[in-house]
Design a binder for this molecule. Structure first.
Ligand SMILES: C[S@@+](CC[C@H](N)C(=O)[O-])C[C@H]1O[C@@H](n2cnc3c(N)ncnc32)[C@H](O)[C@@H]1O
Length: 225
């Protein structure tokens, strides 16, 4: 997959996505991550990209033209453009699965007070990562790119790992344990130590249902609909 990020601060996205699983996906070519910086398209000698909002108010807004030009630099036929904004559709696992099937994603990150509203029409989707306000779209881009990358074929050793996990089946995943079998007087559930695959699978299913009922009853209600 190819992903480009339109951002004034590429290293805020590049650095966290250079480690661990996503870093390896990049090194092996499963993910090609590029950047386009509106600053390179600022029109005056200071390469200014922001200005005061019409009508007054605090903070500065990114101007439409440098963002438009930075987007144009990387956009191709078939690109899917996502504008990161707290006003967008809330990101979730089904959205991650949908995005993992696309060939080319472009994320536009706002900063300061946001971006001139007129760029909204350039996006296929306005997306939020939750009901809170970040200083910029960069951490949001990292979150979404991480969630999408781990779904790409070949990125995780066992693709199975993404099939049964939390949210994929509409439930929270059952608890996991590793050695030792008893840790500070706390025992691993016997079924998991039994070696009986049928028993283990039933235990996991029941535990996932119980955990979801306890921690996220809203998910169970959605399944029952
Ligand atoms: C300080 S925010 C702007 C908030 C804007 N003034 C408002 O009240 O809606 C600056 C940028 O951070 C990004 N951002 C902030 N919160 C976000 C969230 N929850 N999800 C996605 N992007 C977010 C957006 O790109 C936004 O343009």
């Amino acid at each position: 997959m190819h992903i480009d990020v339109v951002t004034l601060f590429p290293s805020m996205v590049d650095a966290p996505l250079s480690e661990s699983i996503v870093g390896r996906a990049r090194s092996s070519g499963l993910l090609a991550l590029g950047f386009s910086n509106p600053r390179d398209f600022g029109e005056d000698r200071h390469r200014t990209v922001d200005d005061k909002p019409y009508g007054g108010g605090t903070g500065m807004l990114l101007m439409a033209e440098p963002v438009y030009k930075a987007l144009k630099e990387v956009k191709k036929k078939g690109s899917f453009v996502i504008l990161l904004t707290p006003k967008g559709r809330k990101f979730d696992q089904p959205m991650a699965s949908g995005l993992a099937k696309k060939k080319h994603l472009i994320f536009i990150c706002g900063h300061y007070e946001g971006i001139d509203e007129r760029v909204n029409d350039l996006a296929d989707l306005e997306m939020s990562i939750g009901d809170y306000v970040l200083t910029g779209g960069e951490p949001a881009a990292v979150v979404v790119i991480d969630a999408v990358t781990r779904l790409l074929p070949g990125v995780l050793k066992k693709e199975d790992a993404t099939v049964n996990e939390t949210f994929s089946m509409g439930l929270l995943e059952a608890p996991h344990y590793t050695r030792p079998g008893v840790w500070r007087k706390k025992k691993v559930p016997e079924a998991l130590m039994s070696g009986n695959h049928k028993l283990i699978s039933k235990w996991r299913h029941d535990a996932a249902l119980a955990l979801t009922g306890k921690k996220r009853p809203d998910l169970l209600k959605r399944l029952q609909r």
